[in-house]
Design a protein around this ligand. Structure first.
Ligand SMILES: Cc1cc2nc3c(=O)[nH]c(=O)nc-3n(C[C@H](O)[C@H](O)[C@H](O)COP(=O)(O)O)c2cc1C
Ligand SMILES: Nc1ncnc2c1ncn2[C@@H]1O[C@H](COP(=O)(O)OP(=O)(O)OP(=O)(O)O)[C@@H](O)[C@H]1O
Length: 145
């Protein structure tokens, strides 16, 4: 019997919304199993840190039907979980700043044979739909602050 293929998605996943679901469902189409790496709070330096703890974000993402396993990210070396999961494909989010060429070079250096793909964008389906954790926080501050 052949081994199931594995896709990896990754991100912060603070305050889940339909944009996250869209990304995870898109990533799941690339393989038999979807593994998600949830970024450590200390590594979220390109924007405001998440409201929810590392553990809560991992447990919530892991409870979604589309996700086979959610992993807490490594604190120092983001390629350690990748080496452990040994995916067939890493699916980047539509707006993620990561450079696919640089990731490919590191994967080759570390002996991981893996493709890089990029998921598409989910547009709002109605006026009030919020597809960003930051936008949800702004709405809370505006309405309850
Ligand atoms: C291939 C890959 C592996 C990653 N692994 C980790 C990890 O082990 N630990 C971690 O804290 N973040 C990890 N990240 C997440 C990044 O550190 C970054 O915080 C994340 O991409 C933020 O995405 P967002 O702005 O879409 O939430 C990884 C990112 C990539 C592209
Ligand atoms: N509207 C969307 N369409 C497609 N993918 C999305 C959408 N929103 C988020 N994602 C994807 O979900 C993953 C995790 O996203 P992240 O945790 O950064 O959420 P976010 O809501 O975009 O955050 P923030 O609002 O704080 O920037 C990323 O790969 C991101 O590209």
């Amino acid at each position: 019997m052949t081994e199931p293929t594995r896709a990896v998605a990754q991100g912060t996943f603070d305050l889940l919304h339909p944009g996250h679901i869209h990304y995870l469902e898109a990533a799941a189409t690339y393989a038999d199993e979807l593994h998600v790496i949830v970024a450590r709070r200390a590594n979220v330096t390109h924007k405001q840190p998440p409201i929810l703890s590392d553990r809560q974000r991992r447990e919530t993402v892991g409870a979604l039907d589309v996700v086979d396993e959610a992993h807490r990210g490594h604190p120092e070396d983001i390629f350690v979980p990748i080496e452990q999961i040994d995916p067939d494909v890493i699916v980047l989010g539509h707006d993620q700043h990561h450079d696919a060429t640089a990731i490919n070079e590191t994967l080759a250096d570390r002996g991981v044979d893996c493709e890089i793909e990029r998921a598409g964008t989910r547009e709002p389906s109605h006026d009030a739909e919020l597809l960003s954790s930051r936008a949800i926080i702004d709405r809370i501050i505006e309405q309850r602050g």
